[in-house]
Design a protein around this ligand. Sequence first.
Ligand SMILES: [Zn+2]
Length: 386
Amino acid sequence: MPPAIQQPPVPPPFRGHDALRASLGRALDRDALPATVLIHGTPGCGKQSLALWLARARLCTGGADRPCDRCGSCRLALRLEHPDIHWYFPLPRPRRVHGPARLAEALEAARHERLAEFRRQPLRAEGSDEVKGIYLAAVVTLRHQAHKRPAMSDEQFFVVGDAEHLVPQEASPEAANALLKLLEEPPDGTRFILTSGKPGSLLDTVRSRALPIHLPPLPTKEVAGFLEEHCGADREAARSAAVLSQGSIGAALGHLDREGFHADQRSSALDLLRIATGGKRAEAFKAALKCGPAGARGLLDLLGALQLWIRDLGAAGLGQDQRVINADELPYLRDTAGRLKLTPERVARAVDHVERARMLALGNVNPQLFVGTLLLELEETLNKVV
Ligand SMILES: [Zn+2]
């Protein structure tokens, strides 16, 4: 899917979180940052950008204000070409590749391809329904690199984005364990920055090795400002995408593109809400059948969007319009909440149903079966007039 987001000529500077970055900068200067850190926060809030910023700051050879973004090291880092910054992230498993060596090669080729894409299009929307993993073969490549000397600096960085994907579909923790061994005895001059939107899904042993750094969502104003400044969005579109994003530039980019993934998930989730509140059971089964039989992990974003709609329904029912995120559908939300005589307790229960479904989706469940069950549970909870 070609992104409709207007791309800036140079990667935009990291935005926001000034206080956090200042304190990280001081820790780097004092050499007080441990070899492994874990940046966690909501999806798309800029964890991997912060990780790359941190690596750039440490390796910067410019003046006092690091990263200077001008020295040779910074320029290489900004182009994602720094030989001592190695960025790993979840990738779809290459098809028709057999044997560990071949798989490692194919994953490395796919990673470089993705890096080239990031270079061409530094702004990208968070989220997709691809099933991805950080496979053992990729960790073996990483480990091999970690035992080499840095190419041009005193240190080398390994950024592992969305590290919860270290535990792949098959629920085999071998990739995470292979990384754990490296974290337990990091080679000299090697630093690791893991990022995760779901730190609870990481192995405890991996989590306990890392200094946790929480990256909070950005204020809506900051996100809107970014979209106007770097994506050429007009004020109204920027504001509305920023509100929907709940403080995540990655998600806001997804909402900015009305044909894009986020817009699509939002409208599919609204369809599910309409079914759950419409009282027509046959519709629930039809909707469930539309879910492909592929892994249910692809449904995580959809379920997240559905939770948001249910929360909005609750807020609209209580007359708290200013808390409604999907503000363009306020009249529908108000009417529906009124018709169902919704109480906060029932809204909370419905949100819980979806939360449980999200946990299930992380495992190996049949999406058709589980969307059908979820819709029936929601129907019972939301439609029951006490
Ligand atoms: Zn620099």
